[in-house]
Design a protein around this ligand. Structure first.
Ligand code: FA5
Length: 351
């Protein structure tokens, strides 16, 4: 074989052995077999050869062309097969005879605790009411004995819409509508008003382990003749004992000021995370402020169309998100809004 042809063939063999990709092979095809490729370039030397030599040189060049085309195609097929094998290895194998795993998801811990509270209150004869998240200033403040510029508004800064409405800061915003809805049955039929209304609340405030700008409360009211603080304490203790399935649960009442109750209280429960010893979730006090409450202020009853000289009532505003923290041992309230499915799907009791 002609030395130049032999050298070129050896060079091609080495390049083919080193090639790792189809792109490299395409490059080799151009380099060897293209119009300006090395095999075609060999033919330029033909002029210097005798007729006899031309014949055998031409044949050897053609053989080299066929050899190059064949070897490049072979290598391309080998690379494609290796690539397919790699892809197949990467695909997870599965056994089609295994039973299917149906992940049905789970309720959010706040939903679980809300449902539980609703069930307890329903069992005590309360209606469960729904209310909007966008409310008027009248609903959220004025009807609750908080006139414009009242200092109590400072503690509940919120998000205002251009039309003057606002994202409700407290579920108390539904109180006035509830009184108006049920007052006729109270006055004409003597049916006490007993309702709870859970809802999402919004406040423009910095977040920490026990504060969020978006959280849930559950409001409750009972209005009738001779409703007293004893009714309030009984209802709260029953609900909390049922939720925590702890009938020796410790609660304490402290005086608390809210313009829409008189007298007003803060109902705290012993911290269920640290057992009352003090931790960041309870601000190291051993108690968690959970449920402000009190006897409904006469002005609020009157604004709802109910005569405070005839009827009395209690109201409470339970912190549902904090209740979920206590119930499920969630140490940081922000975890509840984190959207982490892994964290939230641990609470599957009511799937
Ligand atoms: C109120 O919102 C009153 N409307 C409650 C009320 C109703 C009093 C009826 C009297 C009669 P307060 O701002 O304290 O009160 O909030 C009530 C509960 O909501 C708190 O005890 C707490 O558990 C929860 N809460 C308040 N702010 C936040 C917050 N930023 N993050 C999480 N929970 C909160």
């Amino acid at each position: 074989m002609n030395t130049a042809i032999l050298e070129l063939r050896e060079k091609l063999d080495a390049a083919l052995a080193a090639a790792q990709s189809v792109a490299e092979l395409d490059g080799l095809k151009v380099e060897y077999l293209g119009k300006k490729g090395s095999v075609t370039a060999l033919l330029k030397n033909m002029g210097k050869l005798s007729d006899e030599e031309k014949k055998s040189f031409g044949r050897e060049v053609n053989e080299l062309k066929d050899y190059a085309a064949e070897k490049i195609a072979e290598k391309a097929a080998a690379l494609a097969a290796a690539e397919l094998a790699r892809e197949l290895d990467a695909v997870e194998t599965f056994d089609i005879s295994l039973p299917p795993v149906l992940d049905r998801g789970s309720f959010h811990p706040v939903t679980l605790v809300q449902r539980r509270c609703e069930a307890v209150f329903r069992s005590m004869g309360f209606q469960v009411e729904d209310y909007s998240e966008i409310v008027t200033d009248y609903e959220c403040f004025e009807s609750l004995n908080i006139p414009p510029f009242h200092p109590a508004r400072d503690m509940q800064d919120t998000y205002y819409l251009d039309n003057g409405q606002l994202l409700k800061t407290q579920t108390s915003a539904a109180q006035n509508a509830i009184y108006k809805k049920y007052k006729d049955a109270l006055i004409n039929e003597g049916k006490p008003i007993k309702a709870v209304f859970p809802g999402r609340c919004f406040r423009n405030e910095a977040t920490d382990a026990c504060h969020e700008n978006t959280f849930f409360q559950m409001e409750g009211v009972m209005v009738g003749k001779d409703i007293s603080i004893a009714n309030l304490i009984y209802s709260m203790k029953t609900m909390l004992s049922e939720v925590f399935e702890n009938y020796g649960l410790k609660v304490r009442l402290r005086p608390g000021f809210f313009p829409f109750v008189e007298p007003g209280f803060e109902l705290d429960i012993s911290c269920q995370i640290c057992g009352g010893e003090g931790c960041p979730s309870c601000k190291h006090s051993g108690w968690l402020e959970l449920c402000p409450c009190g006897m409904i202020h006469p002005n609020v009853l009157r604004e709802g169309g109910i005569d405070p000289d005839v009827y009395t009532g209690f109201a409470f505003g339970l912190g549902l998100t904090r209740l979920a923290m206590m119930k499920y041992g969630v140490k940081d309230i922000r975890d509840l809004n984190s959207g982490s499915l892994v964290a939230m799907s641990q609470f599957t009791e009511d799937k």
